[in-house]
Write a protein that binds this ligand. Structure first.
Ligand code: C2E
Ligand code: CA
Ligand code: CA
Length: 576
């Protein structure tokens, strides 16, 4: 055979080889591609004239070709490739550097094998190792892995997490009477409902049979876990449609918390399981926390919540009013409205017993409207005694997030006839966190004449200079600084600094919780504008406040042994 004939046969062999072959020069310009290469990638050598054209598809080949050039070594790698038509495939790529007759590297030879089918099987096998075949939820193995990771994270951030085991009640009856097909169908529907109900950060997994498990990381306190338990229970209010049958299903839940109930995956799961066992033993549709004490807390919380839902309709809320007094003249400038709940069994409850709950349940929104309306109505009545009296009303974060906040506030001013100039809204620093939305809302309110006060100043993170962005008229120095300002020189310094800086920025300062004459003196020396506290008066019911306003109508009022009268006793908090 002549040399030419041999070469021709070789090139025929390569051209029709079942392995994809291509030849590129040092610049990445393809000189040759065989049939299989074109079939696999969609590209012929005409398409790949130079790397400059940077087909997204050819990209994956270039880095390895380059390495082959630089290292003079054969490179091999499995990689995902985009075909010319956009589809992707997996290939096993070999890049072999080719020297010319003088030994200099001038070309790279590429071999591509299609490994997509094997890759798909591998991925399927991997999926099957970690996901449940019936529901496609994560399985026990994946759950364990995630729990381990979540525990590490919780330990580092000193956070909490909850493990909730869930088991369908009487699932065996469904299986025995309707058959396994119906049972499977039910399990799938339960899985679907669980997955749709919870955000991604909550992991829902199937442990096997009719047992599911939820992992809730980043829990701040027990109430949060409890709230999720309730939403989990609520998911089963609606019946399931199962092969033409309507099935009413209840579930049992067992809850274990980190760190209280276990430090590692095994003990948390074991304890959640024993809590579940206990829940199941009392009957259907029950939950149990592993820590027995929490069960009592949960049921007290639940009954408080139920009662709170009725409190508004049954007119159990009342407002107390605490005077805000001009430090220089001793005259009442305004009052702060403070809510109380006359609980049918527990007597008068202070806001810290129910405001957080009202926020969590969203009840704060209608309740906040009631508070604002009542306070505004009252302010209008008191205007006859005190034409310039200002009414300060606390706003909760949740209310602040309502899109209709501004409309609702202005609507209430209009409906009650209160001049917005006589209304002050007390905000907290957390509301300012989202600068864009906060600033817009506050500009609007302030444009309408409503004054804005920043409550509990000094307890949050915001610096005074940060407040420049907002139209805030008044700073209320938090009670804790006033409480200790006579005994702690740091607190005294903080108080005087806040006052002088606030004045510098054109804001007025209210001192909260003034109980002692000495505190008042210190504040007066520091140039504080207004004070509020037991020294002058506790929060009062409207009738008593009316009397006080009448007495002080023509000037400053001398205290005459005012006793606390509308400040609820503070029983131990429910939780804890
Ligand atoms: P706050 O806005 O800082 O209200 C002042 C709290 O300090 C009131 O407690 C008041 O009774 C108490 N206080 C006033 N003077 C003194 C004093 O001289 N010494 C001491 N030790 N305490 C004094 P209250 O009424 O229990 O309210 C607690 C918190 O509940 C309020 O703190 C406020 O954050 C919230 N809150 C009260 N009413 C409402 C409301 O209508 N809506 C909203 N969203 N939150 C409210
Ligand atoms: Ca306040
Ligand atoms: Ca305050």
């Amino acid at each position: 055979m002549t040399e030419n004939e041999t070469l021709r046969l070789f090139s025929e062999a390569i051209l029709h080889s079942p392995v994809a072959v291509a030849l590129s020069d040092a610049k990445g310009k393809f000189l040759f591609t065989n049939d299989r290469f074109t079939q696999l990638t969609g590209y012929g050598s005409n398409d790949l004239r130079g790397r400059k054209q940077r087909h997204q598809d050819a990209f994956a080949l270039f880095p390895l070709m380059e390495t082959a050039f630089h290292t003079c070594l054969v490179q091999q790698q499995e990689m995902q490739l985009h075909r010319k038509n956009g589809e992707s495939c997996w290939v096993f790529l070999t890049a072999r550097p080719l020297p010319d007759s003088s030994g200099a590297l001038t070309h790279v030879l590429l071999f591509l094998e299609d490994v997509s089918t094997r890759k798909e099987y591998e991925q399927l096998a991997e999926h099957m190792a970690f996901y449940d075949a019936l529901t496609d939820l994560p399985n026990r193995v994946l759950f364990h892995g995630r729990l381990k990771m979540a525990l590490e994270h919780a330990r580092q951030s000193a956070g909490k997490l909850a493990v909730i085991l869930m088991d369908l009640d009487r699932f065996k009856v469904v299986n025995d009477t309707l058959g396994h097909e119906a049972g499977d169908h039910l399990i799938q529907q339960v899985a679907g409902r669980l997955q749709a109900a919870f955000p991604e950060k909550i992991l829902v997994a199937r442990m096997g049979g009719d047992e599911f498990v939820l992992l809730m990381p980043g829990i701040l306190h027990f109430q949060e876990a409890f709230r999720q338990v309730q939403s989990l229970m609520n998911l089963f209010h609606e019946p399931f449609q199962c092969l033409g049958q309507e099935l009413h299903i209840t579930v049992g839940l067992g809850i274990a918390l980190f760190p209280e109930d276990g430090e590692d995956p095994m003990s948390l799961l074991k304890n959640a399981d024993s809590a579940l066992y206990e829940a199941k033993s009392i009957g259907g549709g029950q939950y149990k926390f592993y820590t027995t004490r929490l069960n009592a807390t949960a049921s007290a919380q639940l009954s408080l919540e139920t009662a709170l839902r009725h409190a508004l309709d049954e007119e159990q809320f009342q407002l107390a009013y605490q005077p805000q007094v001009d430090i220089r003249t001793g005259q009442i400038l305004g009052v702060e409205a403070l809510v109380r709940w006359r609980h049918p069994d527990q007597g008068l409850l202070a806001p810290d017993r129910f405001i957080a709950l009202a926020e969590e349940t969203g009840l704060i929104v209608p309740m906040g409207k009631w508070i604002l309306r009542t306070a505004c109505r009252q302010a209008v009545v008191w205007q006859k005694l005190h034409p310039f009296l200002r009414m300060a009303v606390n706003l909760s974060v949740r209310q602040f997030q309502e899109p209709e906040l501004i409309e609702s506030v202005l609507g209430i001013c209009q409906e009650t006839g209160l001049d917005p100039k006589r209304l002050e809204l007390e905000l907290t620093e957390s509301m300012l966190a989202n600068e864009a939305t906060a600033s817009l809302a506050l500009q609007w309110l302030s444009k309408k004449g409503i004054s804005l006060a920043l409550d509990d100043f000094g307890t949050g993170y915001s610096s005074l200079s940060y407040l420049k962005h907002y139209p805030i008229r008044t700073l209320k120095i938090d009670r804790s600084f006033i409480r200790d300002c006579l005994t702690n020189s740091d607190d005294a310094a903080i108080v005087t600094t806040i006052i002088s800086m606030a004045h510098h920025m054109g804001m007025a300062v209210v001192a909260e919780g003034v109980e002692l004459e000495g505190q008042l003196q210190l504040l007066r020396m520091a140039g504080c504008d207004v004070y509020q506290g037991f020294l002058f008066s506790t929060p009062l019911p409207a009738v008593e406040m009316t009397r006080l306003l009448k007495e002080t109508r023509f000037g400053p009022w001398k205290r005459a042994g005012m006793r606390p009268s509308f400040t609820p006793d503070r029983p131990d908090s429910l939780t804890g």
